[in-house]
Design a protein. Structure first.
Length: 134
């Protein structure tokens, strides 16, 4: 079960799953919450996700080693065709999410980090260019 400071909502018009993360108690609990999210039916039915971390306090962030651990978690739960946007307004969260974005880069999964919520939405809703066949 997710904590009260987290919320999940599917935008009816676009099908984008918006995940708001309002707090990080400790790393182990954070990973448990991500596991619960990963197993949620609403999560499994969405290929476009917006992680909103704008409510997080800059005084509580993950460490770079915890980000590496999260990247391993992400690699164990791959879903091709997934497009995720992350929005953070504090420098510390933005920087760590950029690190996460780079570490978890792989074909078929797109992740981008933004400071602006509307830019994140625009990117998520931009259609993919058609694949070029050789």
């Amino acid at each position: 079960m997710l904590p009260d400071t987290w919320s999940l909502a599917v935008d009816d018009e676009t099908g984008v799953l918006v995940i708001t993360i309002g707090s990080i108690e400790d790393f182990d609990t954070f990973v448990q919450n991500l596991t619960a999210l990963d197993q949620s039916p609403v999560n499994r039915n969405s290929n476009k996700k917006l992680y909103d971390l704008r409510l997080l306090s800059p005084s509580r962030s993950l460490s770079s080693s915890e980000i590496r651990t999260l990247s391993s978690f992400s690699k164990r739960h791959p879903r091709s065709g997934l497009k995720s946007a992350y929005v953070a307004n504090h420098d510390v969260h933005y920087g760590l999410l950029r690190m996460f974005e780079m570490i978890t880069e792989r074909p078929g999964i797109e992740r981008r980090v933004f400071r602006d919520y509307d830019e994140a939405w625009d990117w998520l809703l931009t259609p993919e260019p058609p694949a070029v066949l050789d």
